[in-house]
Write a protein that binds this ligand. Structure first.
Ligand code: GH3
Ligand code: MG
Ligand code: MG
Length: 315
């Protein structure tokens, strides 16, 4: 940044500066007469922004890159650094010139002097800061939403949209704790698609993916809002049924089994309809059981359903 003279000798006026609107212009010009005017060449960063001072763009333009990467432009009459003057902290914003730019530098003590002299300037400053706080708040809310979006993403399986195993590891202990505290029953159904390797071999891996999505759709459509469907592994899924007794869970599993059989995986009627079936293991939380034992019980039941010939449920 190159020092090119004082404000008094520069010929610039501050009439169009929102910060000084309503201020006595002659008085203001006198106070600021000795302030430095500097030139910042196009593309150069505002390198001495570590100092707490106010910059007013006299000509050209600056660009400020926010924390979110968004760039906002600062045009003649506009200012940067008000906040750093008020709280005496460095202005760490990433600012550079997008054009050959001339700037008025006002040191912090002089800014305070102007504020002391003019209620109008103080009011303008408050309005400006309030606007910036609002913008910062909006940015934060946008980021929060984005964070929530990515958190959701990391909780869901990409292929089926069901909850994933990480989610299950987080959620199941909580459901178990709640069930044990309240005494309400908690059941799980472990599901493994039958001969799915053969399905892939016969119809191709992409049709296999479609079949998995269809199976997930069956679970989602058949469950109550209170229930959860999880993709546990490859072609294994787990359904969590809070406040559901063993008897009721068996009925739910049977309903899922029947619906799965009816699934149309692909609509090409010339091809023989592939049969999608699954084996179901049902378990209900016992008195001194933890979540691992609950899953192990469902897994053991599933194994029995497979042994007994598949396409069936086992308790
Ligand atoms: P079983 O009736 O005993 O369960 O037989 P299976 O063939 O289903 O069991 P196995 O565990 O041997 O094979 C599971 C198959 O599931 C193998 C694997 O390629 C397939 N699979 C797992 N994940 C995916 C997937 O995301 N997409 C597709 N298309 N196939 C998958
Ligand atoms: Mg399997
Ligand atoms: Mg299988």
């Amino acid at each position: 940044m190159e020092h090119i003279g004082t404000f008094g000798a520069s010929g610039y006026s501050l009439r169009d500066t929102p910060l000084f609107r309503d201020a006595d212009e002659t008085q203001l010009a006198a106070v600021l007469a000795n302030c430095a005017v500097c030139r910042l060449a196009k593309g150069r960063p505002l390198a001495d922004s570590l100092r707490a001072r106010l910059y007013i763009v006299l000509s050209g333009a600056l660009a400020e890159r926010g924390a979110d990467g968004a760039v906002s432009q600062i045009f003649p009459g506009e200012s940067v650094g008000e906040q750093s003057v008020l709280d005496e902290a460095a202005n760490l914003a990433d600012i550079s010139a997008t054009d050959d730019t001339e700037l008025l530098l006002i040191e912090a003590d002089l800014v305070w002097q102007v504020i002391d002299q003019s209620n109008g300037v103080a009011r303008n400053l408050l309005r400006l800061l309030s606007f910036r706080i609002r913008a910062a708040g909006a940015l934060l809310r946008r980021r929060q939403k984005l964070g929530e979006f990515y958190r959701q993403l990391s909780m869901n399986d990409a292929l089926t949209g069901l909850y994933n195993r990480a989610w299950l590891n987080d959620m199941l202990p909580r459901l178990v704790a709640t069930a044990q505290r309240t005494g309400a029953p908690l059941s799980v159904v472990m599901i493994d698609l039958d001969h799915f390797k053969r399905f892939n071999d016969t119809h191709g891996h992409l049709a296999g993916d479609d079949a998995l999505r269809s199976a997930a759709g069956v679970l989602n459509a058949a469950l109550r809002p209170l229930d959860f469907a999880v993709r546990y592994g490859g072609e294994e899924m787990v359904v969590l049924l809070p406040e559901t007794s063993a008897r009721l869970a068996a009925m739910v599993a049977e309903r899922l089994r029947l619906r799965l059989r009816q699934v149309v995986v692909f609509g090409d009627m010339r091809l023989p309809m592939p049969h999608l079936t699954g084996s179901f293991g049902v378990a209900t939380l016992g008195a001194a059981m933890d979540e691992l034992q609950l899953l192990a019980a469902a897994d053991a039941a599933l194994y029995r359903a497979k042994q007994a010939g598949r396409d069936q449920i086992s308790l």
